[in-house]
Design a binder for this molecule. Structure first.
Ligand code: FEO
Length: 433
């Protein structure tokens, strides 16, 4: 899951010798990882990271909130043992079960077998896989919004916030301290043992870069989580990566809200937007693209735009697609496949939310014409809906074939406005062509 700098000396900046009290009766017991350079093979982490875990002490026992990556378990257990005994641990909360937060759990359960493990219902699936045959040995209870854990004189409330960025994600609220434990949400891959946002270095880049790579593809789920969490008005946000956020926490909530808003500063009213993006080797796919545009533009309420992928840069195209209601990809077939620029764009679409957008494909070919089918399969993999089978033309399009392309555009636009009956091409239909 992670990659470190080979041969580098792990010297965390300002590493605390033991646990750090972040609020009355709440200790940071996490670990610092200054050498991480790639997280999840998904994003670069030039500033390393931290795996934050917390111990909350109440009159009736101790709750542990999240654990750490297995490689850093020794550091976690040393800090935990400095502030609590294992037989005091009443609850282990797992806000998210990716290995960087659940890696030390099996050993923690061996040391504190009487603790009750609480995670979201979706988290149970991962927990079963993580614990194997031992799953049945422990007291494990799924929780969701409205459930709580009683520590005697204080209570932990659970808030189900799925898909930020895994299906299992949840947050935990310690009401008496107005402290929100958010695991990945509001995190930063930024390693600094001074822990608090007002003491560490300038981590603004890390905070936004983290959002961009981990949260942006789940923008709708982030907004749903914000709707649930903002009314709590936390005094402190304790994520499981990077600084603890105690300086006007509402500004971090606002920043997530802002980052989740459309990147283009003006809307299109009630119009739907359809972007046609193409590559053309000999001008044939370009002529088809113009015809698709002409046809789609006839539909009232649809704004259609046309771009040659080889004339632009990837990042603005990704922004454009993020806010488009539909995309149409034009590609010739080259060496039995779509053009390289098309694949480069499609690879970048994992960075944004594509589920439910309209997708379609067309293109010219010389011999076999696999590109259209291959790109359709990719759009389906991105959970887009394909209402029309792709359009293929051998060599240059005739006038009749250009009219077919115009009609293809008309039908796609009608699907966008809802004037055409809903239809979706299935994988089986794709494979049959
Ligand atoms: Fe920090 Fe999704 O793991």
């Amino acid at each position: 899951m992670t990659a470190a700098v080979p041969g580098s000396a792990p010297t965390p900046a300002f590493a605390p010798a033991g646990p750090v009290e972040i609020a009355p009766g709440v200790q940071w017991i996490g670990a610092l990882d200054p050498v991480l350079r790639s997280f999840d093979a998904l994003m670069k982490t030039a500033g390393g990271t931290s795996y934050n875990a917390y111990a909350v002490r109440g009159a009736a026992g101790v709750a542990i909130i999240d654990t750490v990556d297995a490689d850093y378990a020794d550091e976690f257990f040393a800090r935990l043992e400095a502030c609590a005994r294992y037989d005091e641990i009443k609850v282990i909360v797992l806000n998210h079960l990716e290995p960087d937060h659940s890696g030390a759990l099996p050993e923690l359960l061996r040391r504190a077998p009487g603790a009750r493990v609480q995670c979201s219902p979706r988290g149970l699936q991962t927990l079963r896989a993580l614990l194997g045959a031992d799953f049945a040995k422990y007291d494990i209870a799924p929780v969701t919004t409205g459930h709580s854990a009683d520590l005697g004189d204080r209570v932990l409330d659970f808030y189900n916030t799925p898909n930020v960025h895994w299906p299992d994600t949840q947050c935990t609220w310690l009401g008496d301290a107005r402290l929100l434990f958010t695991c990945d949400l509001f995190g930063s891959h930024y390693c600094d043992g001074r822990l608090f946002d007002d003491l560490v270095g300038d981590f603004r880049f890390s905070f936004e870069h983290y959002y961009d790579r981990l949260m942006r593809p789940f923008r709708s789920s982030v907004v749903a989580a914000l709707d649930l969490l903002e009314p709590l008005d936390p005094a402190m946000i304790a994520p499981s990566h990077g600084p603890v956020l105690r300086t006007e926490p509402a500004r971090y909530l606002r920043q997530y809200r802002r980052l989740s808003e459309p990147r283009h500063s003006f809307g299109t009213g009630t119009d739907k937007t359809l972007a046609i993006l193409y590559v053309s080797a000999h001008g044939a796919t370009a002529r088809m693209a113009q015809a698709v545009l002409d046809g789609a533009a006839e539909e009232p309420g649809v704004r259609v735009s046309l771009f040659d992928l080889e004339g632009g840069e990837l990042s603005p195209f990704v922004d454009l697609i993020e806010h488009a209601d539909g995309i149409v990809i034009g590609t010739p077939t080259i060496n039995n496949d779509a053009a390289r620029a098309v694949w480069e764009l499609l690879a970048k679409l994992v960075d944004i939310e594509t589920r439910g957008k309209l997708g379609a494909v067309f293109g010219s070919f010389g011999w076999s014409g696999e590109a259209v089918r291959n790109v359709e399969a990719r759009l389906q993999g991105l959970q887009m809906r394909l209402p029309e089978p792709g359009l293929k033309v051998k060599l240059h399009p005739s006038e009749a074939q250009l009219e077919d392309a115009r009609d293809f555009g008309r039908r796609l636009a009608a699907h966008l406005t809802g004037r055409a009956a809903p239809r979706e091409i299935g994988l089986t239909e794709l494979a049959a062509r």
